[in-house]
Design a protein around this ligand. Structure first.
Ligand code: SF4
Ligand code: MG
Length: 334
């Protein structure tokens, strides 16, 4: 399995009138062909800025200030916008939380799906229409034969989201970046959409980056999880490692704060107190120090390095230093 995407020491800042907001402060990760990874964290952790950086869709005054984004070996940081435009929506597709930003209001939903199918699957219009109807059915849009001729504004929010997913999937992208794709949808539809993404991954070997604040969402689809906080990767591990053997206090906090299907009633939900760090003046030490229940002196003055296990689970936390005190992990399970 080869890496389809390699992000190396990515740093992205927003140059505002009050100063440089360091939204991404040195993020590295990689993704293999056909693999699905989850990027999880609270809002402001840098997960969306990471995906916008990968897509080269940062809005002014955002700028990539350091690092490499290797997509099939090509560094997207240096790729001209013209070429990026052909990569976006062909090789890399993206689903946003707000579908209105990617649907074109002047074309029917059907035209937008068919355009993508004709371009990528080299079929005629009649077949494309059948496939478009199939896609709409697949994403759970009722009476797709009639809906296909409607415009985005005639769709409800949930319907638009599903239509957008149909468009993104119909170009059979090599990499699909989904940023909170199911957050606005009800639980049943959410499960269907995730099922759909999983199917896509298995059937056409699409690699997926699933970005969400909800750890429960990634468990089913992703084999690996990256936990972000304060513009940095706090922990990375397999889904099993993150859920059952978390080593970073922030991951532990997230696990306790989010309802987990696998635990049912046996769970106490405990929110993480406090707010994320100010990235205009990022903390010198560990970004989580102000909210961590285990903060030590060193945490406030020195950013921890990554401590990596034999299986590749890495955590940026001083507790994993050989001389650190051993903590008792509270998993929130009754
Ligand atoms: Fe908590 Fe220190 Fe670990 Fe940061 S480095 S998560 S403050 S124990
Ligand atoms: Mg976001």
């Amino acid at each position: 399995l080869k890496n389809i995407l390699e992000v190396k020491d990515l740093r992205t800042s927003f140059f505002t009138h009050v100063g440089e907001i360091k939204a991404i402060r040195g993020v590295s990760f990689s993704l293999k062909k056909g693999e699905a990874i989850g990027i999880v964290g609270e809002s402001g952790s840098g997960k969306s800025v990471t995906s916008m950086s990968v897509m080269k869709l940062l809005q002014f005054p955002g700028k990539i200030v350091n690092g490499e984004i290797l997509f099939r070996g090509e560094n997207l940081v240096n790729t001209p916008e013209k070429k990026m435009q052909s990569i976006r929506g062909n090789e890399i597709a993206m689903i946003f939380q707000d579908p209105m930003t990617s649907l074109n209001p002047v074309y029917t939903i059907g035209d937008q799906i068919m355009e993508s199918i004709i371009k990528h699957q080299k079929v005629d219009k009649k077949v494309a229409k059948e496939k478009a109807i199939e896609m709409l059915k697949l994403v759970g849009i009722p009476s797709p034969e009639e809906r296909i001729d409607q415009y985005p504004h005639e769709f409800s929010g949930g319907m638009r989201q599903r239509a957008m997913i149909a468009i993104a999937l119909s170009c059979e992208p090599e990499l699909l970046i989904a940023d909170e794709p199911t957050t606005a949808l009800d639980v049943t539809i959410q499960a269907q959409i995730l099922e759909l993404m999983k199917k896509l991954k298995d059937e056409i070997n699409t690699s997926i980056i699933l970005i969400t604040h909800d750890l429960g969402v990634v468990a089913d689809v992703c084999s690996r999880i990256i936990v972000m906080y304060g513009g940095l990767v706090m922990e990375e591990g397999t889904t099993e490692e993150i859920f059952y053997n978390p080593k970073h206090p922030y991951t532990m906090g997230l696990l306790k704060s989010i309802p987990r299907m696998d635990l049912g009633e046996n769970q106490r939900l405990i929110p993480i107190e406090g707010t994320p760090p100010d990235l205009l003046n990022p903390p010198k030490g560990c970004p989580f120090a102000a909210r961590c229940p285990y903060t030590m002196k060193v945490c406030e003055t020195e950013q921890p390095p990554y401590f990596t296990t034999e299986t590749g689970q890495r955590s940026m936390c001083w507790l994993l230093h050989k001389d650190a005190p051993k903590i008792e992990v509270d998993t929130g399970v009754k």
